[in-house]
Write a protein that binds this ligand. Structure first.
Ligand code: PAF
Length: 285
């Protein structure tokens, strides 16, 4: 596996691979790899000839006061884990390579960016869309892999790729979970032992929603209330939102039908955690 620091060199390598008829898979990350990241890389390695993982802690998606400075980093461990997962190139640019002084362009997916996590983190998805647009240009892959855990990010990137004709296929990879259901996240490292235990309430609340849906419940208010009950039984978990919406356009639903996303965000100690499940409902005849 080769580590590349310069955008122009990265792009040349991918263009050459494509000219030779290779399929290139892109896995954008901010590093500090856990099983979720490795699953993205392994899937890309199974499905593509060459895999490019990008590792860049993108400053523009952190608001002032968020955890940019504390965001966990471990380059040496990331490098060896990516290599073992079958990655061909690790693109790890410095901030000056991605955002030179004269940088002045942003990408914003309107509507989808201002709901759910966008309410508490204004500007976050503009930072995500801008850096991912740059990465799609630097690494002109045929396929890009993103985790289902970041469901809103996934919806926004799909919309951006479609609207701006990037010509890259976006593939979602299922959320990887700890044995007790907690969704894997680089930010889980912030949790103290009692918070770590309490944090399972996010998954437990979604599992309760799943049980209700499986037994025929279709009323979003009933499901929202059940989720709220599980979360409020854990005083260390501070619920930010529960959204029951369409999985593509994120429009709120009162009755579940079609492809439904149930997503939530909560603060647990220093960590802000998100989780979700997607349900395929039978459409009414
Ligand atoms: O999901 C992430 O790790 C980041 O938001 C991404 C897509 C790599 C953009 O910085």
């Amino acid at each position: 596996m080769e580590v590349i620091r310069e955008a122009a060199e990265m792009r040349r390598i991918v263009e050459l691979a494509r000219a030779r008829g290779k399929t290139v898979g892109l896995v954008p990350t901010m590093g500090f790899f856990h099983r979720g990241h490795l699953e993205l890389m392994r899937r890309a390695a199974r499905e593509c000839d060459e895999v490019v993982v990008t590792l860049f802690v993108n400053p523009t998606q952190f608001a002032p006061g968020e955890d940019l400075a504390d965001y966990p980093r471990d380059f040496e461990s990331d490098r060896s884990r990516a290599e073992s997962a079958g990655v061909s190139y690790l693109f790890a640019p410095g901030p000056g390579e991605m955002y030179p002084e004269e940088f002045a362009t942003t990408v914003e997916v309107e509507g989808l960016s201002s709901v759910m996590c966008g309410k508490e983190r204004p500007g976050h998805f503009k930072g995500v869309a801008t850096v991912v647009a740059k990465l799609f240009n630097i690494v002109p892959a045929q396929v890009a892999y993103f985790g289902q855990k970041d469901a809103q990010q996934l919806a926004i990137i799909r919309a951006m790729a479609r609207d701006l004709d990037f010509g890259v296929e976006i593939r979602a990879v299922p959320t990887q979970r700890e044995d007790d259901g907690l969704a894997m996240s680089s930010r889980n490292i912030y949790l103290e032992p009692d918070e770590r235990e309490a944090a399972t309430a996010l998954f437990r609340s979604l599992a309760k929603a799943r049980g209700l849906i499986e037994s025929g419940e279709r009323n979003a208010s009933v499901i929202r209330e059940a989720i709220g009950e599980v979360i409020s039984a854990e005083p260390l978990v501070n619920l930010e939102y529960v959204s029951i919406c369409g999985n593509i356009y994120l429009e709120p639903l009162s009755e579940l039908s079609g492809e439904v996303l149930i997503a939530l965000a909560a603060h647990v100690g220093k960590a802000r955690l998100i989780d979700n499940m997607v349900f395929e409902m039978e459409l009414e005849a």
